[in-house]
Design a protein around this ligand. Structure first.
Ligand SMILES: Nc1nc2c(c(=O)[nH]1)N[C@H]1C(S)=C(S)[C@@H](COP(=O)(O)O)O[C@H]1N2
Ligand SMILES: [Mo]
Length: 409
């Protein structure tokens, strides 16, 4: 899965298109224009008499072929960028309706007082990205449709205008990737606007025996979401807005799924166009068929963000801070351990909702000069302690307590 991960801020994957295609075309033209023997030469093979030189005529024909391919590639590249511009214009012109149920205003104090802790709301341009597709799909709102079908009494197709005129909700939800390592940054928190999936399902009327909704993207990605999760009242939605704007193209414009409490690989389908009500026994999502789990509840996690790992801080007052999350349950306690000592309660920032991360802080006065270690662990509101045992992300999410070392100078 790591190979499919692209995290960046700002840049679009299509920006890489000319580079990738250019490199491929360059390599190919080198290959076709270069005599075979020369290519086959290894480091310790002698050069010289065995070289084969193509006739002028062959060389000319090959040059023409290369030029022809360059034209085709250029045309394809510019067609792609003009669709991108067209969809970007549609997005710029789009006015999202106000939600029927707005998100409650953020209480003051959600942000840890420690300088350098992640912003409580992640700006869209800094939001992590996970894509299996190399190129961002370009989906126009006028052609977007969502097919709702499978084990339901009422199959239907939803158009974008219908979705916008439905009763929309708004909610802060922290998305997390199953590939996030302990202490990693594949998590982001945004205010989402969308159509509740419970309403979509109430209209479709799932039949008895169904236990899963397979959502599919226009790019072929798919996710298996447990049906009860989409009906239990949490703010699972077909999202159209992210932090007060239409979804950025990279984050699924015009419509994606957002489901509090589940890792993105089983819930957060971007550019979603198909919902099939089915069973786990019959169908599997994209990553499930590649060795990852079928169900993906988010595991309680916490991390130290300040000081930075291996950072150097001045002597005196050392502020320590970070975030913790246990979506749908909420965080009730965060503890830290300094240099292997007693576990101590950190100060919790205000909770925005159980579906968002919660920040924490601790001030270490007069930390002695030298190298120090900080460990962190969190409890959810059921009193359950975050798993201590270290485990890698595959197949259902990493576990372990985050630990960093820093130096007081
Ligand atoms: N179409 C599509 N949707 C997708 C993915 C993808 O690769 N393709 N990745 C999923 C995963 S693994 C995660 S964690 C979230 C990440 O959403 P983001 O890229 O908006 O942060 O999207 C999910 N939806
Ligand atoms: Mo993910």
């Amino acid at each position: 899965m790591a190979a499919a991960i692209i995290t960046r801020s700002g840049a679009a994957i299509t920006d890489l298109f000319p580079l990738v295609v250019g490199t491929a075309a360059g390599l190919w033209s080198l290959r076709i224009l270069t005599p075979k023997q020369e290519q086959a030469l290894g480091a310790n093979e002698p050069a010289g008499p065995s070289r084969v030189i193509p006739s002028r005529r062959t060389f000319l024909l090959r040059t023409l072929a290369v030029a022809g391919v360059a034209v085709v590639v250029g045309v394809a590249g510019s067609a792609l960028s003009s669709t991108r511009e067209a969809v970007a214009k549609v997005r710029d012109a789009l006015k999202l309706p106000a939600p029927k149920t707005p998100a409650p205003a953020l209480p003051s104090g959600v942000q840890s007082p420690v300088q350098g802790v992640t912003p409580f709301v992640t700006p869209n341009s800094d939001f992590y990205r996970i894509d299996t597709a190399l190129v961002v799909p370009q989906v126009d709102t006028s052609s977007w449709e969502l097919r709702v079908h499978g084990m339901v009494e009422n199959e239907f197709t939803l158009k974008f205008d219908e979705l916008l005129s439905a009763e929309l909700i708004e909610s802060y939800v922290t998305l997390t990737c199953v590939s996030n390592v302990v202490g990693g940054n594949l998590a982001g928190n945004a205010k989402w606007l969308g159509y509740p999936l419970r309403d979509v399902l109430a209209r479709a009327k799932p039949k008895a025996g169904a236990d899963m909704v397979l959502s599919t993207s226009i790019d072929g990605f798919s996710a298996s979401t447990p049906l009860p999760v989409l009906q239990d009242g949490r703010d699972a939605m077909l999202a159209v807005g992210m932090n007060g704007e239409p979804l950025p193209l990279e984050h699924g414009f015009p419509v994606r799924m957002v489901v509090p409490g589940l890792y993105g690989f089983v819930s957060a389908t971007k550019w979603v166009v198909d919902l099939e009500v089915t069973t786990f026994a019959q169908k599997a999502g994209y990553w499930t068929s590649r060795g990852w789990n079928s169900h993906g509840p988010i595991k309680t996690a916490s991390r130290v963000e300040v000081p930075r790992a291996l950072g150097r801080v001045p002597a005196g007052r050392s502020p320590i801070g970070g975030s913790a999350w246990a979506q749908t349950k909420g965080i009730s306690k965060v503890q830290i351990q300094l240099d292997g000592g007693q576990w101590m309660d950190a100060t919790l920032a205000t909770e925005a909702s159980v579906d968002t991360w919660r920040q924490w802080s601790y001030v270490w006065d007069n930390a002695p000069a030298g190298s120090h270690n900080v460990r962190v662990r969190a409890y959810d509101t059921a009193g359950e302690l975050q798993i201590e045992q270290q485990a890698p992300p595959e197949p259902d999410g990493s576990t372990g307590w985050h630990s960093i070392t820093f130096t007081v100078v």
